[in-house]
Write a protein that binds this ligand. Structure first.
Ligand code: 9MG
Length: 276
């Protein structure tokens, strides 16, 4: 990994060893916490707990990216996320990340104190590249084949590792051409986004091909269907599978692990760090 220190607005994030990003979904239709945190007081309490449990980043999302989820308008997404970002920054000392593909949400989230942009569309949306560059925030560029509504209908690749690497390389070039600094770029293979179980497994075994690009790699596999497919467990019973994947990701030099279960993941990473 080449970037050890990333500037996230007024805070610095050290990526010397893998850090945990806690997921805070503020959608009524969120796939695993079912809108539990759509009220800002509850969301604040959850963010506080994730921080106390060892998360260094809280990733706030107002639009579900699960297959078949309803599209959300700009104003609805802003109404969902802005009060929560503001509240978290009034009360807590933590880096927040905005999980969005919309340019206006990126800009307003940055104004409200967000320190990072997490875009599952890798800044391919209207005005997203320009907006991200204007905020000066680090960006996580994720690979997705297709779009959330249809991405899981028979995705096909000749060589999934090569195609993901090639896509991310092109998005990195676009970002650099737009003036986003190299030190502000994080990449992500996008587990479960337009990929079958076989694609996810192949990609997971080759995370090193992405780390070789010289950018921090974010891995998000927490509670995902690939765990359900292997273990035959429902979402609420995928903790052990999520920890196994977080551990493997850390061993394979992932820099950021995006998870629902922060305390358990932090412990697993401490053990991995001490022994691996
Ligand atoms: C929003 N979101 C859901 N899954 C994700 C993943 O795997 N990576 C990133 N960066 N964001 C994700």
């Amino acid at each position: 990994m080449t970037n050890n220190l990333i500037r996230c607005a007024d805070r610095e994030l050290s990526l010397g060893s893998p850090v945990v990003m806690g997921i805070l979904n503020v959608t009524p239709d969120s796939f695993s916490d079912g809108g539990l945190f759509s009220n800002s007081e509850k969301a604040l309490r959850q963010a506080e707990k994730m921080l106390a449990d060892g998360a260094l980043i809280i990733d706030i999302g107002g639009e579900s990216t699960r297959p078949g989820a309803k599209l959300v308008s700009e104003s609805e997404e802003l109404d969902r996320v802005l009060p929560i970002i503001e509240k978290i920054h009034q009360e807590l000392d933590v880096i927040t990340s905005i999980d969005t593909s919309k340019a206006i949400v990126m800009k307003e989230a940055a104004r409200a104190g967000c320190g990072m942009i997490n875009d599952v569309m890798a800044l391919r949306g209207d005005g997203a590249l320009e907006a991200a560059q204007q905020t000066g925030l680090p960006v996580c560029l994720m690979h997705m084949k297709g779009e959330p509504r249809t991405m899981q209908s028979e995705p096909q690749y000749d060589d999934v590792v090569f195609e993901v690497k090639d896509f991310l390389t092109q998005r990195i070039e676009q970002c650099l051409a737009q003036g986003i600094k190299k030190e502000q770029i994080i990449i992500d293979p996008g587990f479960g986004f337009g990929k079958t179980l076989a694609h996810n497994i192949t990609l997971f075994k080759h995370i090193d091909v992405l780390t070789e690009l010289g950018f921090p790699v974010l891995v998000g596999a927490s509670r995902k269907s690939m765990i359900g497919q292997i273990t035959d467990r429902n979402i609420e019973d995928r903790l052990a599978g999520s920890l196994a994947l977080a551990t493997l990701a850390a061993i394979n030099a992932a820099a950021i692990i995006r998870v629902h279960d922060v305390a358990e993941t932090v412990d697993a990473l401490k053990i991995t760090h001490a022994l691996a």
